[in-house]
Design a protein around this ligand. Sequence first.
Ligand SMILES: CC(C)(COP(=O)(O)OP(=O)(O)OC[C@H]1O[C@@H](n2cnc3c(N)ncnc32)[C@H](O)[C@@H]1OP(=O)(O)O)[C@@H](O)C(=O)NCCC(=O)NCCS
Length: 151
Amino acid sequence: MGLDDHTKLPLGYSLHDGYPSVPHYLDLRAASGLSPKTQSQATAISTGSWYGCYITYDAPGEESLPIGMGRIIGDGGWYFHIADMAVHPEHQRKGFGGLILKALLQRIHAESPADGKPYITLFADEPGRKLYYKNGFVDSAPGELGMAWKP
Ligand SMILES: CC(C)(COP(=O)(O)OP(=O)(O)OC[C@H]1O[C@@H](n2cnc3c(N)ncnc32)[C@H](O)[C@@H]1OP(=O)(O)O)[C@@H](O)C(=O)NCCC(=O)NCCS
Protein backbone atom coordinates (compact mmCIF):
# COMPACT_ATOMS: atom_id res chain seq x y z
CA MET A 1 0.00 0.00 0.00
CA GLY A 2 1.56 3.27 -1.03
CA LEU A 3 0.72 6.18 1.22
CA ASP A 4 3.35 8.53 -0.09
CA ASP A 5 0.81 11.03 -1.29
CA HIS A 6 -2.56 11.95 0.06
CA THR A 7 -4.46 10.72 -2.99
CA LYS A 8 -3.40 7.15 -2.26
CA LEU A 9 -5.24 6.59 1.00
CA PRO A 10 -6.98 3.22 1.05
CA LEU A 11 -10.73 3.03 0.55
CA GLY A 12 -12.68 4.50 3.46
CA TYR A 13 -9.83 6.63 4.80
CA SER A 14 -9.61 10.43 4.37
CA LEU A 15 -7.00 12.97 5.44
CA HIS A 16 -8.21 16.33 6.78
CA ASP A 17 -6.58 19.55 7.89
CA GLY A 18 -7.48 20.47 11.47
CA TYR A 19 -8.19 18.50 14.63
CA PRO A 20 -10.62 15.85 15.82
CA SER A 21 -13.52 17.11 17.97
CA VAL A 22 -12.81 17.30 21.72
CA PRO A 23 -14.48 13.94 22.56
CA HIS A 24 -12.85 12.21 19.60
CA TYR A 25 -9.47 13.66 20.55
CA LEU A 26 -9.81 12.38 24.12
CA ASP A 27 -10.93 8.96 22.85
CA LEU A 28 -8.10 8.70 20.34
CA ARG A 29 -5.45 9.59 22.94
CA ALA A 30 -6.88 7.04 25.37
CA ALA A 31 -7.15 4.29 22.72
CA SER A 32 -3.55 4.95 21.63
CA GLY A 33 -2.29 4.62 25.18
CA LEU A 34 -1.35 8.28 25.62
CA SER A 35 -1.92 9.97 28.99
CA PRO A 36 -5.48 11.15 29.64
CA LYS A 37 -6.27 14.86 29.28
CA THR A 38 -9.18 16.96 30.53
CA GLN A 39 -11.96 18.51 28.47
CA SER A 40 -10.47 22.00 28.96
CA GLN A 41 -7.01 20.86 27.93
CA ALA A 42 -8.48 19.25 24.81
CA THR A 43 -10.48 22.37 23.93
CA ALA A 44 -7.28 24.40 23.62
CA ILE A 45 -5.73 22.26 20.89
CA SER A 46 -7.79 23.69 18.05
CA THR A 47 -7.20 27.31 19.07
CA GLY A 48 -3.62 27.03 20.28
CA SER A 49 -1.98 24.86 17.65
CA TRP A 50 -0.32 26.15 14.50
CA TYR A 51 -1.45 23.28 12.28
CA GLY A 52 -2.88 19.82 12.61
CA CYS A 53 -4.22 17.02 10.49
CA TYR A 54 -6.16 13.84 11.12
CA ILE A 55 -7.38 10.78 9.29
CA THR A 56 -10.93 9.49 9.46
CA TYR A 57 -12.18 6.02 8.65
CA ASP A 58 -15.66 5.34 7.31
CA ALA A 59 -16.54 1.78 8.26
CA PRO A 60 -19.51 0.64 6.18
CA GLY A 61 -22.74 1.54 8.00
CA GLU A 62 -20.94 3.28 10.86
CA GLU A 63 -20.13 6.83 11.90
CA SER A 64 -16.95 8.28 10.36
CA LEU A 65 -14.33 8.36 13.13
CA PRO A 66 -10.88 9.91 13.49
CA ILE A 67 -8.32 7.09 13.68
CA GLY A 68 -5.10 9.09 13.58
CA MET A 69 -3.78 12.58 14.16
CA GLY A 70 -0.79 14.84 14.66
CA ARG A 71 -0.37 18.52 15.31
CA ILE A 72 2.18 21.30 15.51
CA ILE A 73 2.56 23.96 18.17
CA GLY A 74 4.58 26.76 16.71
CA ASP A 75 5.16 30.40 15.89
CA GLY A 76 5.04 29.96 12.10
CA GLY A 77 8.45 31.59 11.83
CA TRP A 78 11.07 29.15 12.99
CA TYR A 79 10.04 27.16 16.06
CA PHE A 80 7.76 24.14 15.55
CA HIS A 81 6.97 21.40 18.06
CA ILE A 82 5.21 18.23 16.93
CA ALA A 83 2.69 16.79 19.39
CA ASP A 84 -0.14 14.27 19.67
CA MET A 85 1.12 11.79 17.11
CA ALA A 86 -1.42 9.02 17.59
CA VAL A 87 -2.97 6.25 15.50
CA HIS A 88 -5.69 3.98 16.87
CA PRO A 89 -4.20 0.49 17.49
CA GLU A 90 -6.68 -1.12 15.06
CA HIS A 91 -5.24 1.02 12.27
CA GLN A 92 -1.55 1.03 13.17
CA ARG A 93 1.26 -0.33 10.93
CA LYS A 94 -0.56 0.68 7.76
CA GLY A 95 1.54 3.75 7.06
CA PHE A 96 -0.83 6.33 8.58
CA GLY A 97 1.62 7.56 11.21
CA GLY A 98 4.18 8.15 8.45
CA LEU A 99 1.64 9.90 6.29
CA ILE A 100 0.58 12.23 9.11
CA LEU A 101 4.18 13.05 10.02
CA LYS A 102 5.02 13.80 6.37
CA ALA A 103 1.95 16.02 6.06
CA LEU A 104 3.05 18.00 9.15
CA LEU A 105 6.61 18.38 7.87
CA GLN A 106 5.37 19.37 4.41
CA ARG A 107 3.27 22.12 5.94
CA ILE A 108 6.21 23.48 7.90
CA HIS A 109 8.43 23.50 4.82
CA ALA A 110 5.71 25.11 2.70
CA GLU A 111 4.77 27.83 5.19
CA SER A 112 7.88 28.75 7.16
CA PRO A 113 10.02 31.61 5.86
CA ALA A 114 12.39 30.61 3.06
CA ASP A 115 15.30 32.64 4.43
CA GLY A 116 16.00 30.42 7.43
CA LYS A 117 15.87 26.83 8.60
CA PRO A 118 12.90 25.71 10.72
CA TYR A 119 13.72 24.25 14.14
CA ILE A 120 11.47 21.21 14.52
CA THR A 121 11.31 19.34 17.81
CA LEU A 122 9.36 16.53 19.44
CA PHE A 123 9.53 14.25 22.42
CA ALA A 124 9.69 10.71 21.11
CA ASP A 125 7.88 7.98 23.02
CA GLU A 126 9.25 4.54 22.20
CA PRO A 127 6.51 3.52 19.69
CA GLY A 128 7.24 6.52 17.45
CA ARG A 129 11.04 6.51 17.48
CA LYS A 130 11.69 4.47 14.34
CA LEU A 131 9.18 6.56 12.45
CA TYR A 132 10.91 9.77 13.51
CA TYR A 133 14.39 8.47 12.69
CA LYS A 134 13.12 7.47 9.23
CA ASN A 135 11.83 10.98 8.66
CA GLY A 136 14.95 12.94 9.46
CA PHE A 137 14.88 13.29 13.25
CA VAL A 138 17.97 12.62 15.37
CA ASP A 139 18.52 12.43 19.11
CA SER A 140 19.11 15.94 20.41
CA ALA A 141 21.36 14.68 23.24
CA PRO A 142 24.13 15.00 24.10
CA GLY A 143 24.32 18.42 22.43
CA GLU A 144 20.94 19.41 23.78
CA LEU A 145 18.96 17.56 26.41
CA GLY A 146 15.16 17.66 26.24
CA MET A 147 13.58 18.54 29.57
CA ALA A 148 10.04 18.49 30.88
CA TRP A 149 8.80 20.30 33.98
CA LYS A 150 7.90 17.67 36.58
CA PRO A 151 7.73 19.22 40.04
C1 LIG B 1 3.67 6.02 16.80
C2 LIG B 1 2.42 5.76 15.99
C3 LIG B 1 1.71 7.11 15.80
C4 LIG B 1 2.80 5.20 14.63
O1 LIG B 1 1.61 5.05 13.85
P1 LIG B 1 1.50 3.97 12.67
O2 LIG B 1 0.30 4.33 11.86
O3 LIG B 1 1.54 2.58 13.22
O4 LIG B 1 2.83 4.27 11.84
P2 LIG B 1 3.26 3.64 10.44
O5 LIG B 1 2.31 2.57 10.05
O6 LIG B 1 3.48 4.76 9.50
O7 LIG B 1 4.67 3.01 10.80
C5 LIG B 1 4.78 2.07 11.85
C6 LIG B 1 5.40 0.80 11.34
O8 LIG B 1 4.52 0.16 10.43
C7 LIG B 1 5.23 -0.19 9.24
N1 LIG B 1 4.27 -0.18 8.13
C8 LIG B 1 3.88 0.87 7.40
N2 LIG B 1 3.00 0.48 6.45
C9 LIG B 1 2.82 -0.84 6.65
C10 LIG B 1 2.02 -1.81 6.04
N3 LIG B 1 1.24 -1.51 5.01
N4 LIG B 1 2.06 -3.08 6.53
C11 LIG B 1 2.84 -3.40 7.57
N5 LIG B 1 3.63 -2.52 8.20
C12 LIG B 1 3.62 -1.27 7.74
C13 LIG B 1 6.27 0.89 9.14
O9 LIG B 1 7.34 0.50 8.30
C14 LIG B 1 6.68 0.98 10.56
O10 LIG B 1 7.50 -0.11 10.89
P3 LIG B 1 8.76 0.04 11.82
O11 LIG B 1 8.26 0.65 13.11
O12 LIG B 1 9.26 -1.33 11.99
O13 LIG B 1 9.69 0.97 11.08
C15 LIG B 1 1.50 4.72 16.68
O14 LIG B 1 2.26 3.56 16.93
C16 LIG B 1 0.87 5.18 17.97
O15 LIG B 1 -0.13 5.91 17.96
N6 LIG B 1 1.43 4.73 19.11
C17 LIG B 1 0.85 5.01 20.42
C18 LIG B 1 0.93 6.48 20.76
C19 LIG B 1 2.36 6.96 20.77
O16 LIG B 1 3.22 6.42 21.46
N7 LIG B 1 2.60 8.02 19.98
C20 LIG B 1 3.92 8.61 19.84
C21 LIG B 1 4.06 9.73 20.77
S1 LIG B 1 5.69 10.44 20.62
